[in-house]
Design a protein around this ligand. Structure first.
Ligand SMILES: [Zn+2]
Length: 408
């Protein structure tokens, strides 16, 4: 159970590691001294606790335990914490506010604390462990590492009273399933913001994200007519066969030249090997670069017709996240961040448009300058090889701090 993952046991390996955060820091040689100094061992222990606190989206208790950890993290800091109950059986949402109390548009930071890994992953397939500079564990890269250090930066800036604008930090429980409960909040807070900073993981070598494809999701249900596969074959209308035809049509909508992809990644149908199946269902994933392509392909998918009147075809869904197209305002925000990174001592590069959607798509689509991929560097999102690079934490935490202090 997730409850057990919060329990700390006495002794150096209470986090399931061979070493405590302090011992690890003493032995770490890969990261620069300055970086080590700025990562205090209690806070690294906190990050380890975060990873041990498993929080798949549909595990409300686990996600809420993560929210508890954030509330605890903000204790004693001049941060107003608003906790909104999550609906639809999902975890709670946190809205943290700090900085100058003015009506000027603020800076909005967004992080999600749900992960895709089922409870138990950290005990079995993806144990929390440090290998050189790599910290392995479920959700470390997507996106607990980035959320954690961004919250640290937020807290520090709040304490110092050095924020350039009102600061709002939105911590969400539902990004991995398309943000069904938080989208209205994201859009409302986004509209009141001068800039949005998203702590999704960095791309190959620390690149940040200034454009993402839009994402559509659909569910297709084919209904045919059941029959005995031996004695009444002719009477049956095979829903799996019809689904196969529809899948070919859907996959054919892929157009790499225009950046359009359609994927049927799962299919379920039938009840027995010797029965003509009555039902078949499958979801469709769609990625597009432009709003126009999103509308056109959505219309094509929703307009699919059965190959014969003997089949019933029901298609639901639509665009889930609009494309995040790099605007001029976002370009200026990126240039700003790049010069701050240069002062800190690293080169900030923007990745080519990435295929994965995020909550940044919602704010970018509203025309709010949005920088994404400001989280931890590493690799292996959504896989059992997921890791974050510990050496990327300190410089990127500093970048978040400087953004909060200087964006005006
Ligand atoms: Zn993510």
């Amino acid at each position: 159970m997730a409850v057990a993952s919060l329990r700390r046991e006495p002794g150096g390996d209470h986090l399931g590691l061979d070493v405590s955060g302090e011992e690890w820091l003493a032995s770490a040689t890969i990261i620069q001294n300055e970086d080590i100094m700025s990562l205090s061992s209690p806070s690294l222990d906190t990050l380890f606790t975060w990873i041990r606190t498993e929080s798949p989206t549909h595990d409300r208790a686990g996600v809420n335990m993560m929210m508890d950890l954030v509330v605890a993290q903000m204790q004693d800091a001049p941060v107003a914490v608003e906790r909104v109950a999550g609906g639809q059986g999902l975890g709670d949402v946190l809205v943290l506010r700090a900085g100058p109390q003015t009506s000027a548009p603020g800076v909005l930071v967004m992080s999600h604390l749900d992960t895709v890994h089922p409870v138990g992953t950290v005990e079995a397939e993806l144990p929390l462990r440090v290998e050189g500079d790599r910290l392995y564990g479920p959700g470390i890269y997507d996106m607990k590492g980035g959320a954690w250090f961004a919250l640290e930066a937020f807290k520090d800036v709040a304490r110092r009273g050095s924020a350039a604008r009102p600061m709002v930090f939105l911590v969400t429980p539902d990004e991995e399933i398309g943000s069904p409960i938080t989208r209205p909040m994201i859009e409302e807070l986004g509209r009141r913001s001068a800039a949005v900073l998203v702590t999704e993981p960095a791309r190959d070598g620390g690149q940040i994200v200034t454009a993402r494809k839009g994402v559509g999701r659909f569910d297709v249900h084919v209904e045919g007519r059941p029959a005995h596969a031996g004695s009444r074959h002719k009477d049956g209308r095979n829903a799996v066969y019809e689904a196969a035809r529809q899948i070919l049509a859907i996959e054919a909508l892929t157009d790499y030249g225009r950046g359009i992809t359609t994927t049927v990644g799962m299919v379920s149908g039938g009840t027995a090997v010797n029965t003509i199946p009555q039902h078949c269902r499958f979801p469709v994933d769609l990625r597009v670069e432009t709003v126009a392509d999103g509308e056109a392909v959505t219309a094509a998918i929703l307009g699919l017709k059965p190959s014969s009147p003997d089949f019933r075809l029901t298609v639901t869904g639509g665009m889930n996240r609009p494309p995040y197209e790099r605007s001029e305002a976002t370009s200026r925000l990126f240039d700003n961040a790049r010069s701050l990174a240069a002062e800190i001592g690293f080169d900030l590069v923007s990745a080519p448009r990435v295929g994965g959607g995020s909550d940044g798509n919602f704010t970018a689509a509203l025309g709010i300058p949005t920088l994404d991929g400001l989280g931890i560097d590493g690799d292996g999102a959504h896989t059992l090889q997921e890791y974050g690079l510990i050496s990327s934490i300190a410089p990127r935490q500093k970048l978040m701090t400087r953004l909060l202090e200087t964006l005006c």
